[in-house]
Design a protein around this ligand. Structure first.
Ligand SMILES: [Zn+2]
Ligand SMILES: [Zn+2]
Length: 281
């Protein structure tokens, strides 16, 4: 039985996200700790951090995932992009540490005009470098599986395992499973049986011990389409039955499972109510 929540906006400041999550019905939340479409960000103040810690307690939020900003691409062949990405990824790691956030979800990036092999090599070398710079930080980095397509990395369990193995640091690098991305990447999540088969595949490649969190999204885009288009739970091509299976899977008892469905807060509230109804204990 996973712990349920959604992506919560922080546009008034991170310290207000726990309350907002609570009002939406969240047990867990996912946030950006900063504006996701800008390279620049304001440092967190001591006051922000104190308020954040108090708020997490008050609103009984069991776990938090941070999603790294979308601009970061450590697989890029362009030196300036890669440099900026490394600086800001380190900043993300530091902000998680300050806010005592256990999980930082990130996309492995895209290799654009270069090759898959060189993209993976650059990503791995950046990750190694940054982890070495922060040997004592507790935050765990979660590679998110992607819908793939074009030069986007992360659309197969085999490739994610490859990145994890080459990076080393098995205690610090894990994975986040996004249902709609997996479906668009070609993992046939349409029945409870196929869900279990896919989890078996995950276990024999990445290993279920590395699965630390979920993004629960139905998919508007078709199986194997490589199109990233989230849909409300039950309204897409994955369907309710699979989500029922996931939220009741006893292997993922205290795992954060957050929605990134379209439609804003009202839709989050509705989707969460549906998931709680599907979660039978
Ligand atoms: Zn993501
Ligand atoms: Zn997506």
């Amino acid at each position: 039985m996973g712990l349920l929540g959604c992506h919560v906006s922080v546009h008034k400041g991170v310290q207000f996200a726990p309350e907002r999550g609570y009002e939406l019905g969240c047990e867990v939340i996912q946030i950006f700790t900063r504006n996701p479409s800008q390279w620049k960000c304001k440092p967190l103040t001591a006051e922000n951090i104190t308020q954040w810690n108090a708020s997490i307690q008050t609103y009984n939020i069991h776990a938090v995932m941070t999603h790294a900003i979308y601009l970061i691409n450590m697989a890029s062949a362009e030196r300036t992009i890669r440099k900026k990405s490394e600086t800001e990824f380190l900043n993300e790691i530091d902000r998680c540490e300050l806010l005592n956030i256990p999980f930082l979800v990130f996309h492995p990036g895209s290799y654009r005009a270069s090759t898959e092999k060189s993209g993976i090599r650059r990503l791995v070398s950046s990750l190694q470098k940054l982890l070495l710079k922060r040997p004592d930080h507790k935050v765990q980095l979660l590679i998110e599986n992607t819908a793939g397509g074009g030069s986007l990395l992360g659309n197969s369990f085999e490739q994610i395992t490859d990145i994890m193995d080459k990076t080393g640091f098995p205690e610090r690098i894990h994975a986040c499973f996004d249902t709609s991305h997996a479906f668009a990447a070609g993992y046939d999540l349409q029945t409870p049986e196929s869900y279990h088969e896919i989890m078996d595949q995950f276990d024999s490649t990445i290993g279920l011990e590395h699965l630390k969190g979920f993004h629960l999204n139905d998919s508007q885009a078709e199986l194997g389409s490589h199109i990233d288009r989230h849909e409300n739970i039950g309204d897409g091509l994955i369907g309710k039955e699979v989500f029922k299976e996931i939220v009741n899977d006893t292997r993922f008892k205290s795992h954060p499972m957050t929605l990134e469905t379209p439609g804003g807060d009202e839709a989050f509230r509705r989707n969460l109510q549906l998931l709680y109804k599907l979660r039978t204990s």
